[in-house]
Design a protein around this ligand. Structure first.
Ligand SMILES: Cc1ncc(COP(=O)(O)O)c(C=O)c1O
Length: 452
């Protein structure tokens, strides 16, 4: 029986792999129609190249309208850490739907919002007194974190880093580094945003973390001056910018400088938070305690929710009613978050992220020894990437990257690319994926590299 006959979600190694190859070789009518539409969209410069119309997902597999199944190595861009349609989340949201769907927390409050805030206060790094405010998207939470930092410090400037990604709203576009497709033609951007050099070990010519931090701080002092600077915002491991893990010592040195200069240190943990890197938050790997932590994505099992959590004196400094919006901390998203957090805690998912990381790093490093086009393998936990280069020059190879991703998609494996130079393939599987599926998916990527 192939998955054409059975769209039920199955997990498991070789048998599924066999079925997947069979069905993906013969796209059904619905997928053919979609492929044609997507091809037109891609030709017009919009849309993705993945020719499927999803009808179900779970257990590390996405099933399309023809019964084709894809191994999910992207988690909807690091969102479905607890797996798609996680039973705890489904049950909680269903019960909430039957109770009430919306009141607006500031008009008529409800317990689940408070419970999520308390959980965030407890789980984020540091044992100081904290407060949390809830929003809908990562970008919205980043904007609010900057507003809080400005209100608290009475300063205006914000520093973001090379290769950073913080969203696509007006202020966050300015914080985001990459021009195309995120910024070009969408200006003017918000003022008082500056950029500093990052620690990017693969392309840094051997700078260690402290040296890279000294370079960034000198740059900031020259360009802005601490007396004008409200906040620096940084992803502890960069996501869209290419899964760049800064060298040890970089983040602690920046955090120290911020403390000494009354500058708010904002960690954007939108992509790295909620167990993704094998710890609740990636800041923990570097032993830093950010003043404000921004979270979203993995927080609520696929429902839109985001948060800013931070020092109570900073959070309380903003005027009541000055943050948030109508839907922030919607009751459906809040109960989903409580259920997702229960799943991370009780289903051992953070430990599982570390195991997934061992498989990813082991297999990808082995591939790298045999293939000089893999310039770098990096990441933590279930957030790992390969950077593809021209072996002769070390120059980024975006064409190879896109060919490998296309091969993977055509052969039933959903992987994402990223990076300023478009030459990074990133692996962000759901933390519920089996080793068999993961290894099978990596095998297809390896085939793609061989055939490219
Ligand atoms: C680090 C980081 N910050 C902010 C965002 C923006 O989040 P959203 O797309 O939910 O607005 C993203 C999204 O990818 C992200 O990775």
């Amino acid at each position: 029986m192939t998955l054409v006959d059975s769209p039920a979600i199955t997990t498991g190694g070789p048998a599924l792999a066999q079925e997947r190859r069979l069905v993906t070789a013969i796209p059904g009518p619905r997928s053919r129609e979609l492929m044609a539409r997507k091809a037109a969209a891609v030709a017009a410069g919009v849309g993705t190249t993945i020719p499927i119309s999803v009808v179900a997902a779970g257990g590390g597999v996405i099933v399309d309208a023809d019964g084709n199944s894809l191994i999910d190595l992207g988690s909807g861009i690091a969102v479905t850490g607890v797996g798609n349609a996680n039973p705890r989340v489904v049950e909680a949201v269903t019960a909430q739907l039957n109770a009430f769907t919306h009141t607006c927390f500031t008009v008529a409050p409800y317990d689940s919002y408070v419970a999520v805030a308390e959980k965030l206060n407890q789980l984020t790094p540091g044992d100081h007194v904290k407060r949390s405010a809830l929003f809908n998207s990562g970008a919205e939470a980043v904007e609010n974190a900057v507003k809080i930092a400005r209100h608290f410090t009475k300063k205006q400037a914000v520093v973001a880093f090379d290769h950073a990604y913080h969203g696509r709203t007006n202020l966050t576009m300015g914080l985001t580094a990459k021009n195309i497709p995120y910024k070009s033609g969408f200006g003017p951007f918000a003022s008082e945003v500056y950029r500093a050099p990052l620690s990017y070990p693969f392309r840094d010519g051997g700078l260690d973390g402290r040296e890279a931090a000294a370079r960034a701080i000198t740059h900031i002092e020259k360009q802005v001056g601490a007396e004008n600077l409200a906040a620096i915002i940084i992803e502890p491991i960069q996501g869209e910018g290419g899964f760049i893990v800064p060298a040890a010592g970089f983040l602690p040195a920046l955090a120290e400088w911020c403390r000494a200069n009354d500058v708010v240190f904002i960690a954007d943990e939108v992509q790295t938070g909620f167990g993704r890197t094998g710890a609740w938050f990636a800041s923990e790997h570097d032993g830093i305690v950010p003043d404000l932590v921004v979270t979203a994505k993995g927080i609520a099992g696929g429902l839109p929710l985001s948060a800013v959590t931070g020092r109570s004196e900073m959070m309380d400094s903003a005027m009541a009613g000055g943050l948030g919006g109508t839907y922030g901390g919607n009751p459906l998203a809040c109960v989903a978050a409580l259920a997702a957090i229960e799943s991370y805690e009780e289903d051992g998912l953070i430990e599982r992220a570390r195991e997934i990381g061992a498989v990813l790093l082991g297999r990808l490093n082995a591939l790298r020894t045999a293939d000089a086009r893999i310039g770098d393998v990096r990441g933590r936990g279930a957030m790992v990437a390969i950077e593809l280069v021209d072996p002769a020059t070390g120059a980024p190879d975006a064409a190879l990257t896109s060919a490998v991703a296309k091969h993977a998609h055509a052969n039933g494996v959903l992987v994402l690319t990223c990076g300023t130079y478009g030459n990074v393939i990133r692996f962000l599987p759901p933390l519920t994926i089996s080793d068999e599926l993961l290894i099978d998916g990596l095998g297809v990527v390896a085939e793609g590299l061989k055939s490219a």
